[in-house]
Structure formats: structure tokens, C-alpha cells
Ligand binder design. Structure first.
Ligand SMILES: [Zn+2]
Ligand SMILES: [Zn+2]
Length: 309
């Protein structure tokens, strides 16, 4: 499609979550064929069990296809079963191992980022104790990561449904600060627009979008905000319900997405579509996002190309 840098000069790079069925090399071909400029994957079956070892050919194949098509970055999302604040000690250890392993797999794949949710604490756990537990687990993950290359672990904001941690940007920033002291430069943030909107940061109008980005940059610092999950929301702002809608058709809507895509401060972050369903369905959302990026206008023009507005 737009092809590499001509896309990014008109706004952020756009991509989507792509299935890894058939192997990493097939994933890379699909990402290229759908016109992704960036891509997100699960590094393993999201249903659990032991992760299949990645073969050297598969990894080399994927890396060369992504490089040739200039699809970057490749982002790895940890499986949802990984609950870093689980009440059960064994489950918590399993989550730490899983996230640490994903950091290692990401580095094998040449991916700079692993995105994870913090998790859901037991209902009777005091919020401060939950934060303590989260900081402990995240520190264990980063310690275990050892020398597996400079992959950065991104914490994702959530909708806050079913006690999930990370709905408040202030809380997330507090957690980041606690852990980061021991591991400078190893943590960052992934902003999910559907989750933010559902958590009460109304993104349906440009003013709300501006306020949200102001706050995120103030709390985390621009260098920590690395990835955006570009999802629309089926539920109302502040509903705390995590239900994704097709891009532009939800309660964030086209005006919200135009403001997000047009804000120069997020231009360096890939925008990734995660609408549930098949790759083909997500590709339709990616196409909508592309049209909205064009409508948002960007500021600069790609070499010789007229953009008008
Ligand atoms: Zn996520
Ligand atoms: Zn997300």
C-alpha cells in the first residue's frame, strides 16, 4: 500500500494484530499482503500451554519478509491468561515466566516491544497491596529477562472491568515509577483508545483527545509512550466495559480518530487495530483507519504529493 515512509510522513504508521497460524513466516506474509506498516502478534497460542519453540528458518523468514516490506515495528502482545497479580502464587509465577519468555521470543524475532496487561488482583486485596504485588512481579520479569537484548516492556492501560489494574493513567504511572527505578529505560506504555474511553477519558471529541494526550505525556513522558492500540468502543465513555467496535463506528467515532491520528505528538507511535475476529475483518478496520489518517491531513506532505488541507 502506501509503502513505508510516505505513510509515516502523513501521520502514524498503521497496522493491526495478525494471526500467527501457519508460523511466523506466514504471519509476516499476511501482514505485508494486508498493507500493514506495523504489526502486532501473540508469540504463542493465546490459550496457554507450553510455547512452541520458534525455528531458526521461521524466524529468519519472518524477519526478512517484514524488513523487505518495511513493516515495523513488530509488537508482541502477551497472552491474556498471564495475570501478574494473581492471588495464587503458582499462577503468578507462571505469568512472570510467560512474560519473561515473551521478551525473549520478541528479541529473537527482532521485536522492540512486548505489550502486557498488569492483571486482576484478588477481590479482597487492598489496592496498595495489589500495586506492591504488581511491582514485585514486573521486577521479577525484568530481572529474568537478563541479557536478552533491549526489548522494552510496555504496560497497557485497561478499561478497568472486573477489577483489572491499569485503568487510571495515574496508577499506571505510579507503578511504572516504582519498578523503573531498578530498571531504567526498560519500561514504557501502550495506550489503548477503547480502554481509555471506557475508563472515562472521553475520546469522542478533539478537546478530549487533546486532554488525554496532554495527561499521558505529562505522566509518562513522551519517551515512554511507544504504541497505540487504535480500537473503537461499543460501550459509552466511562462505562468500564471493554467491547471493541469497528473503527469509526463506535462511541469514539470518526471525529475522535481523526483527532488521534492528526495529533503530531503521537506520530512516532504505531497505531494498531485489535478488533476481535479474523485478520480479514481487522484488515477492513485498517482500511478505515487509513482513510481517517488521510482525512486527518497530517502536517507534512510526502515528496511531491499534494495533500491539500
Ligand atoms: Zn491488550
Ligand atoms: Zn489493546
Amino acid at each position: 500500500m502506501g509503502g513505508g515512509d510516505s505513510g509515516s510522513s502523513l501521520g502514524p504508521r498503521l497496522g493491526m494484530h495478525v494471526s500467527i497460524s501457519g508460523g511466523m513466516d506466514r504471519m509476516a506474509e499476511r501482514a505485508r499482503d494486508y498493507g500493514c506498516e506495523a504489526v502486532q502478534i501473540f508469540s504463542r497460542s493465546p490459550r496457554g500451554g507450553k510455547a512452541r519453540a520458534l525455528s531458526a528458518e521461521e524466524v529468519a523468514g519472518a524477519r526478512s519478509v517484514l524488513e523487505a516490506a518495511d513493516v515495523r515495528p513488530l509488537v508482541v502482545h502477551t497472552p491474556y491468561f498471564a495475570n501478574l497479580v494473581a492471588g495464587d502464587k503458582d499462577l503468578r509465577r507462571y505469568a512472570v515466566e510467560t512474560v519473561a519468555e515473551d521478551l525473549h521470543r520478541a528479541s529473537e524475532l527482532g521485536s522492540p516491544y512486548v505489550v502486557t496487561h498488569v492483571g486482576r488482583p484478588a477481590p479482597d486485596l487492598h489496592p496498595e497491596a495489589a500495586r506492591e504485588l504488581a511491582a514485585e512481579s514486573l521486577s521479577s520479569v525484568l530481572r529474568a529477562q537478563g541479557g536478552t537484548g533491549g526489548v522494552i516492556l510496555l504496560l497497557e492501560n485497561t478499561a478497568g472491568s472486573e477489577r483489572e489494574m491499569g485503568a487510571s493513567l495515574e496508577d499506571l504511572a505510579g507503578l511504572l515509577g516504582r519498578v523503573e527505578a531498578g530498571f531504567p529505560g526498560r519500561l514504557g506504555v501502550c495506550l489503548d483508545t477503547c480502554h481509555a474511553h471506557a475508563a472515562g477519558y472521553d475520546l469522542s471529541r478533539p478537546a478530549g483527545v487533546r486532554r488525554f494526550i496532554d495527561l499521558a505525556l505529562e505522566l509518562f513522558g513522551p519517551e515512554r509512550v511507544r504504541v497505540v492500540h487504535a480500537n473503537d468502543s461499543l460501550a459509552a465513555a466511562g462505562s468500564r466495559l471493554d467491547r471493541h467496535a469497528p473503527v469509526g463506528a463506535g462511541t469514539i467515532g470518526e471525529s475522535g480518530f481523526r483527532a488521534l491520528l492528526g495529533d503530531p505528538r503521537l506520530r512516532g507511535c504505531p497505531f494498531l487495530v485489535e478488533t476481535p475476529g479474523t485478520d480479514e475483518e481487522r484488515a477492513r478496520d485498517l482500511e478505515r483507519l487509513r482513510r481517517l489518517r488521510q482525512a486527518a491531513g497530517g502536517g507534512e506532505t510526502a515528496g511531491g504529493e499534494e495533500t491539500g488541507r
